[in-house]
Design a protein around this ligand. Structure first.
Ligand SMILES: NC(=O)C1=CN([C@@H]2O[C@H](COP(=O)(O)OP(=O)(O)OC[C@H]3O[C@@H](n4cnc5c(N)ncnc54)[C@H](OP(=O)(O)O)[C@@H]3O)[C@@H](O)[C@H]2O)C=CC1
Ligand SMILES: O=C(O)[C@@H]1CCC=N1
Length: 270
């Protein structure tokens, strides 16, 4: 199976790294990226085939993963329009609707819109997927197989909800990294070494996520079990909530969703 990536940046690296670790053959993976540094990084890290321009890459791959920035997409796909054969197009671009993309691709409608996230690099991604009605069960299964190589998948019926997926899990790792940064800053202020702070912060996030995943209890109950009356956690949460931490996170997610919708309107109007 030939898989062609258009764009070899951060998210393509995360997906390709995860796929190669899961046994996808590097020789079957091709990447188009005009940047020589991007191509060198991919060749050296994973041994995939890199091309500077679309004309050098294999025509009609089995799967074409569109991994350029949404604002770069229209120009980037233009050389591919009309030469895709039966390829399954998997777009990971935030905001960009499938109707506009189909138009840009010369009315190619075998399109699956996905929203993965960077933990794909370590096989712990989560991807939301949504397909045009023209994509048959085999096409959906193929997209699912590619994305499941780098984590779990969730199918979404209504494309309008893809901006919500982007806001939660696409951008979500950045929110978690911000939280880890904050814990490490606190560790520093409390006199721990950088390595001690890193270990205490990261293992706490890893352990709490593992406990939440393994438990049927809601997160609020798990939180209450840590929070002894008159204890240290209560002291912390009072300050955090008073400073709007939880409301800020919810409002931030809604802002991300709104930005996705705005991008979609600016790009294609669909
Ligand atoms: N980063 C993330 O966590 C996630 C990103 N996404 C989506 O993935 C897509 C890529 O994001 P990300 O990897 O972060 O972005 P990057 O900017 O890191 O990667 C995009 C790459 O595409 C290259 N490029 C630009 N023009 C072309 C072209 N015409 N043909 C081929 N390649 C081209 C860019 O080169 P240059 O830098 O020289 O312009 C760059 O190397 C976006 O649409 C984003 O919405 C989805 C989920 C999560
Ligand atoms: O910030 C962005 O627009 C992209 C989409 C989700 C994560 N990164």
């Amino acid at each position: 199976m030939k898989i062609l990536f258009l764009g070899g940046g951060n998210m393509a690296n995360a997906l390709i790294g995860g796929m190669v670790k899961q046994g996808f053959a590097a020789t079957d993976i091709h990447v188009i990226d005009p940047g020589s540094e991007a191509r060198q990084r991919l060749t050296e890290s994973y041994g995939v085939n890199c091309h500077a321009a679309a004309g050098d890459a294999p025509a009609a791959p089995d799967v074409l993963v569109l991994a350029v920035k949404p604002q770069q997409m229209r120009e980037a796909v233009a050389p591919l329009a009309g030469r895709l054969g039966d390829a399954l197009v998997v777009s990971i671009a935030a905001g960009l609707g499938m109707t506009a993309l189909a138009r840009w691709l010369g009315d190619h409608r075998r399109i699956v819109r996905c929203m993965p996230n960077t933990p794909a690099l370590v096989g712990a991604g989560i991807t939301g997927l949504c397909a045009l009605p023209e994509v048959d069960a085999a096409g959906r299964a193929l997209a699912d197989r590619v994305l499941r190589a780098v984590g779990s998948t969730v199918w979404i019926d209504d494309e309008a909800q893809m901006d919500g997926v982007t806001a939660l899990s696409g951008s979500g790792p950045a929110y978690v990294f911000l939280f880890i940064e904050a814990l490490q800053q606190a560790a520093d202020e409390l006199g721990f070494s950088a390595e001690q702070g890193r270990q205490l912060a990261i293992e706490t996030v890893r352990g709490a996520a593992a406990l939440a995943a393994a438990s049927n209890d809601p997160a609020a109950l798990l939180r209450e079990r840590v929070t002894s009356k008159g204890g240290t956690t209560e002291a912390a949460l009072q300050v955090m909530l008073a400073r709007g931490v939880k409301d800020g996170i919810v409002a931030g997610c809604l802002a991300a969703e709104a930005r996705g919708r705005e991008l979609g309107k600016q790009l294609g109007g669909d």
